[in-house]
Ligand binder design. Structure first.
Ligand code: DP6
Length: 364
């Protein structure tokens, strides 16, 4: 897919102004993306559930640029405040999109963005943030140039752009679940963008809950970006990529047939493998906290005692994602409150679930 288009420029003198706003959710990977090459291309395919309430709201206002510099003209606010660190990342991202969207150079852009969850919660927000921004940009393209018309093309382009901002963001474009990365088993899958996978999954997975247990709220000591980089010299890297492909194959079968036990086995192994890869990087690092382990032990015991299909996964951080079918919610809620909340920072958790995907919002 080549989205580069030097022709995508506006008629000088008749550049309109406007604004768009999108809300885009975070996602939780079951088979993890860990390791990349080239321009944000994954070393292996990954699968994630799209979340519902953990989301980013982004508004992009645009108008003709006053100065005629060749770079991006951006004003940026996060939660109503200037954040030079975030602004820099967004600026660099927009800059990198100039071969695709040369017209961005002609615009003055105001980006206002906020998360539905506290930033200090320490949960990864690049997936929701970058996908919300990508959706705004493709929407602006559609307003200014009448393209892409077709909804599938719109989503594919948004996913492609989101990927350039943050790999995992490519998967947040679709409701329920998504696959990013080429796998021979799923036609149309690609390393360049994610594709929707709701139709490949048994209905039980559409009901899944994800309770995000905020074990620690301290900033990550090693960013995902740096973590991916360390995979380049990890002696287990090649085996890992082969393993991820094999697990993807098994996961797809479990998702299709509704095999919860197999799903859970892969889900938990992937979480531990991700952290094992961090521990075997050079230099090695450790993102789990004592309470991460305490929660894992508790979840395994609860599963053994009740027989309920309740599984954990982890992102590149200490927080636990507790995944289970929706019909268990009343019971699991009690368990979480009694046993797991005492392990969380300030007894905080986010009760989330599989969601319907991004939403275009009114601009006031
Ligand atoms: C552990 O997408 O945050 O969450 O592409 O460098 O922005 P960049 O990395 P990022 O990596 C996420 C890794 C993960 C697993 C996953 O979501 O698949």
């Amino acid at each position: 897919m080549n989205y580069q288009n030097p022709q995508l420029m506006l008629e000088p003198g008749s550049i309109p102004g406007g604004a768009v706003r999108w809300r885009s959710p975070s996602n939780i990977a079951i088979v993890k993306y860990w390791g990349k090459h080239g321009v944000q291309l994954p070393r292996n395919p990954s699968f994630s559930f799209t979340l519902d309430s953990a989301a980013t709201d982004t508004r992009v206002a645009y108008g003709p640029k006053q100065n005629h510099g060749a770079t991006i003209d951006l004003q940026f606010r996060f939660a109503g405040e200037e954040r030079p660190d975030f602004a820099d990342r967004v600026s660099r991202f927009l800059e990198s999109l100039l071969p695709v969207y040369p017209f961005l150079r002609q615009l003055q852009l105001q980006v206002e963005t906020d998360n539905s969850f506290p930033h200090s919660a320490g949960i990864a927000s690049s997936a929701s943030a970058m996908s919300a921004l990508a959706l705004c940009l493709v929407d602006i393209e559609r307003i200014l140039f009448g393209q892409p018309e077709d909804q599938a093309d719109f989503n594919r382009k948004a996913s492609y752009l989101a990927r350039l901002g943050s790999g995992s963001a490519s998967r947040s474009i679709y409701g329920q679940s998504a696959i990013w990365g080429q796998t021979g088993e799923v036609e149309e899958s690609s390393d360049e963008y994610a594709i929707p996978s709701a139709e490949l999954t048994h209905p039980v997975f559409h009901t899944f809950h994800d309770d995000i247990l905020l074990i620690s709220r301290s900033e990550k000591s090693v960013s995902s970006r740096a973590g991916h980089g360390l995979m380049e010299n990890n002696i287990y890297a090649d085996n890992r990529y082969a393993q991820a492909r094999q697990r993807m194959h098994e996961l797809l079968r479990a998702l299709r047939t509704g095999d919860l036990e197999k799903f859970g086995e892969i889900c938990e192994s992937e979480a531990l493998t991700l952290h094992a890869l961090m521990m075997t990087s050079s230099p090695p690092y450790l993102l789990m906290e004592p309470n991460t382990l305490a929660a894992i032990r508790s979840i395994q015991a609860y599963r053994r005692d009740t027989g309920h299909p309740v599984y954990f996964t982890l992102d590149a951080g200490p927080n636990i994602h507790l995944l289970y079918p929706g019909d268990l919610y009343p019971e699991v809620r009690q368990y979480v409150r009694q046993e797991l909340l005492p392990l969380c920072a300030d007894q905080q958790y986010i009760a989330d679930k599989v969601g319907t995907g991004p939403l275009k919002l009114e601009t006031e």
